[in-house]
Write a protein that binds this ligand. Structure first.
Ligand code: FES
Length: 496
């Protein structure tokens, strides 16, 4: 009891409902920050900058004037009911916060299936060479290193370099393997010496760092076969759902670069751990990792500030291909292995687009083709072997509902299909009661409303008394509104 009283003098107690979870936090921190500390994930598409309006919570018994962001994003009725923005509400006293289902981060389905590649010629700069190294005798007292280099030279690998670590381990490695061992070589550098013949064990990991999701593939570097796949939500999402939000966050708080890098590294390591446990492949046999991502994600992966990407003239810190040692980044692959970042094409056309070009071979096509990468940051490439043109646009808001009052990510409860006939019929993901509308639902809704004459060709809502949907019109803060679903409505199957 005494401890609780002491804590409450220095801090304030916040209780999250209906979780019934209480924690003490420093006075003045936002409800959003407190929720992170309590392990409760509140949607924060704009990264807590008071722009998206997705972090609505209910606070009772606290008399505090609404912030400018709250006045802009909340209706008067909501404010009267105690609805506040978690990111704009500093905790000054003990507070009970109700987090409604609509404001919680949803589990998302992650697309792991990729393009089915046709025949391709595998080119890897990794070689694994099995050799039998001469044993020393009283008549052949050449050094271990010389005898190893000779064995490699006989197999066409010379000159080669060994790290200080490998040279230190060499005498024991060579003898414990009874002079029969395999060298893993990248370029002219020996990165691993292994007992016996391990030439069949050569693996790499490819990681696609999306703004929203991360997907990793374990690849056999002998056959080019995909062995396993795993994915995770990008944990940097709490700092904003799009690249501009994250770049803006690190501009305001440079210390976040380290945090965001640590978050993505730990998520990638979890993916690798999953790939390893799923396949039984040992970490030491994974020698290479290739990373693609948009330019901002590549910067954050290396702990480089993307600050200037968000400011005109939108110049990245680096755009060419980069190779880094796995040890330097603390990744769960062979520590002497390498991590390759593909080159970006421009500030907002990143290495993921380069990956798309290379995998679709659009750059070798005789005919003009169009390739589209529809992610949170969407890129389009048009062209042929005679030249390519690429550009990008933020596609995330359309899919995730940012800046759409009832918009949400494609999670259970999102309206993903709309049909308008004699009435309005909806389909929700997971057959759950409707709590918002996702990108495909929005496209359906607009197309169906246009077909049904509810929307004018110039985008205006047509609210006329004689229309059969007149009951679905209501007036809101910004003018007429059309109700697609009355709260918590479940799927309404059309009667045909
Ligand atoms: S408005 Fe609060 S997180 Fe966006």
């Amino acid at each position: 009891m005494k401890e609780e009283q002491r804590m409450s003098r220095e801090k304030v107690k916040v209780t999250f409902m209906p979780d019934d979870k209480s924690i003490y936090v420093g006075k003045g921190i936002s409800i959003l920050k407190a929720s992170e500390l309590a392990g409760i994930t509140i949607s924060s598409l704009c990264g807590g900058r008071g722009l998206c309006g997705k972090c609505k919570v209910q606070v009772s018994g606290v008399d505090k004037s609404p912030s400018a962001a709250e006045l802009k994003l909340l209706s008067q009725d909501e404010i009267k009911m105690g609805v506040r923005l978690a990111c704009s509400f500093p905790l000054e006293e003990d507070t009970v916060v109700v987090v409604p289902n609509e404001s919680r981060e949803k589990r998302v389905s992650i697309l792991q299936e990729g393009l089915k590649l046709g025949e391709f010629h595998l080119q890897s700069d990794l070689s694994k060479v099995y050799m039998e190294v001469e044993q020393p005798t009283l008549y052949n007292q050449s050094s271990d290193l010389e005898r190893l280099e000779r064995a490699l030279r006989e197999r066409g690998f010379a000159p080669v370099e060994l790290s200080g670590n490998l040279i230190r381990e060499l005498p024991e490695k060579i003898r414990s393997s009874d002079y029969s061992l395999t060298a893993a070589i990248i370029g002219n550098k020996v990165i691993s010496l292994e007992k016996g013949d391990t030439t069949q064990k050569a693996f790499g990991v490819a990681i696609d760092i999306g703004t929203t999701t991360l997907v990793g593939y374990l690849m056999d570097l002998n056959s080019g076969r995909q062995i396993s796949v795993a994915s995770k939500v990008n944990p940097q999402r709490v700092y904003g759902s799009d690249v501009m939000s994250r770049a803006a966050q690190v501009s305001e708080r440079p210390e976040l670069i380290e945090t965001m890098q640590a978050l993505v590294m730990s998520a990638i390591n979890e993916i690798i751990d999953h790939l390893i446990s799923d396949s039984g492949v040992k970490e030491d046999y994974i020698y290479k990792m290739t990373i693609v991502g948009n330019t901002c994600m590549q910067h954050l992966f290396l702990g480089v500030s993307p600050k200037y990407l968000a400011l005109a003239p939108y110049s990245p810190v680096f755009s060419r291909a980069i190779r880094v040692s796995a040890k330097e980044l603390g990744l769960h692959i062979n520590p002497d292995g390498y991590v390759h970042l593909l080159p970006s094409l421009a500030g907002f056309v990143g290495a993921d687009t380069m990956g798309m070009i290379l995998s679709t071979l659009i750059h070798r096509s005789d005919k003009i083709k169009l390739a589209i990468d529809l992610g949170t940051n969407g890129e389009i490439v048009l062209g042929s072997k005679d030249g390519l043109t690429a550009c990008s646009a933020a596609a995330g808001p359309a899919f995730e509902g940012e800046h759409i009052q009832c918009g949400m990510i494609a999670a259970p409860g999102a309206i993903d299909r709309v049909i308008i006939h004699d009435d309005v019929y909806i389909h929700t993901i997971g057959d759950a009661p409707s709590i918002g509308i996702c990108g495909s639902g929005l496209i359906d809704a607009i197309a169906e409303m246009r077909k049904a004459g509810i929307i004018h060709e110039r985008g205006r809502l047509i609210c006329e008394d004689e229309t059969k949907f007149v009951k679905r019109f209501k007036s809101g803060k910004d003018g007429n509104q059309f109700v697609i679903s009355y709260g918590s409505e479940k799927n309404k199957t059309p009667p045909w």
